[in-house]
Design a binder for this molecule. Structure first.
Ligand SMILES: Cc1ncc(COP(=O)(O)O)c(C=O)c1O
Length: 385
């Protein structure tokens, strides 16, 4: 009998990591693989951010920081909230973390008792249900559909609320769908949260990468919101590990205690770099957004032209979630075939929940040249089927 805990056993692995591992094996044997499977920007961190980190290291800023984060960075988060959304937040409500991922532990760890439910979109970022399960809560998936731009239908969210519901999770722009919630969607969710005395948990990590209109924060619509955000995507800082949560006042101290005990603090000079990112890298974000948008405007019609279905234009992040049932109903099997037979690595939709079955996620965090190559290979594969 295995001594591994049920809690650890119950975590579902990312199937896409199997795709990555197999792609590496094929590459080691000499095959060229086009990587469209991972959400890791190919663009490098802007120079102003790198320089700020270097200067901080040179200045010896290498010790622990307060668990809640450097005051300058927390102030900078408040400054961005005012500048980007017209929202006044107290810098004291900002908790700096080592990425958006640990912020999820702080959020769900300070909010959930065993059996508490969290409503989340299906498909969604797979860490959400895993975190909720790990902490003894119950994820409650609500289907979102391609024809709705993968936005919640508000009556379905309302029907999913029970006396055990603690929060509604939203993620706009979305991984895996690239879908974007409009101000009306967020206003409806905020109203539900307020009427039912529950919380809105808004993962805003892809803000900065929205291609039409501006991204709206949950905090524009209600105080009953937690915001998760991080530097990985818009600032191309995945490997730096920096993020934050903006929490309602009564949750700051509980989250601080979790942070103190489990992580102590985020890296000191990385926080200095994050401050520079928020205050001085907005032009870089705009430049990178242009680059992604050019790729998106190529990729969406290209995928359609080879027979995949993109029902509504993805408007944010760097993903296209394309319907592929007529290439194969089982997305895991299909992704494996595309890798082996066409040399193109993609993420199977099922990785993101049952509602993702029949879809493939294409990441365009890779060069236009490689996107062209990937599409050419897929076109040939589809033609020869
Ligand atoms: C929706 C979403 N939230 C959170 C994360 C995790 O980000 P971080 O690198 O800040 O931990 C990701 C990473 O892919 C993501 O797609």
């Amino acid at each position: 009998m295995s001594d591994v805990s049920k809690r650890a056993e119950s975590i579902r692995p990312f199937i896409v990591m199997d795709v990555v591992a197999r792609a590496r094996e094929l590459e080691a044997s000499g095959r060229d693989i086009v990587h469209l499977e991972i959400g890791d920007p190919d663009l490098t961190t802007p120079e102003v951010i790198v320089k700020a980190a270097e200067a901080a290291m040179d200045a010896g800023e290498t010790g622990y920081t307060p668990s809640l984060g450097l005051p300058d960075l927390r102030d900078a988060v408040a400054y961005r909230a005012r500048d980007d959304y017209g929202v006044d937040i107290d810098p004291g409500s900002v908790i700096v973390t080592q990425g958006t991922s640990p912020a999820m532990l702080l959020l769900f760890g300070s909010l959930l008792d065993p059996g508490d439910e969290v409503i989340m979109p299906d498909p969604c970022y797979p860490a959400y249900p895993n975190y909720v399960n790990f902490l003894g809560g119950a994820p409650v998936p609500v289907r979102v559909r391609a024809e709705d731009g993968f936005r919640y239908r508000i009556d379905e969210v309302e029907r999913a609320i029970t006396p055990r519901t603690k929060a509604i999770m939203c993620n706009s722009p979305s991984n895996p769908t690239g879908g974007v919630l409009g101000p009306d969607d967020l206003a409806h969710l905020a109203r539900l949260a307020e009427e039912r005395g529950i919380w809105l948990a808004s993962d805003e990590i892809y803000h900065g990468l929205q291609f039409e209109g501006r991204a709206h924060s949950a905090l524009e619509f209600t105080d009953r919101a937690f915001v998760l955000n991080g530097f990985s995507k818009a600032y191309a800082m995945t490997g730096w590990r920096l993020g934050y949560m903006i929490a309602p006042p009564q949750f700051v101290r509980p989250a601080e205690k979790i942070q103190q005990n489990f992580f102590l603090c985020a890296s000191n000079f990385v926080q200095v770099a994050g401050t520079a990112a928020l205050l001085r890298a907005q032009d870089d974000v705009a430049r990178m957004r242009e680059v992604y948008d050019e790729r998106r405007r190529y990729l969406v019609p290209a995928l359609r032209s080879i027979g995949l279905t993109v029902a509504t234009e993805p408007l944010g992040a760097f993903y296209v979630f394309a319907g592929a049932t007529h290439w194969g109903a089982d997305s895991v099997h299909l992704a494996s075939r595309l890798l082996e037979e066409a040399g193109v690595a993609v993420a199977p939709g099922r990785d993101f929940g049952p509602g993702g079955e029949g879809f493939l996620r294409f990441s365009y965090a890779t060069s236009l040249e490689r996107l062209h190559e990937g599409v050419a290979r897929l076109a040939e594969w589809a033609g020869a089927r």
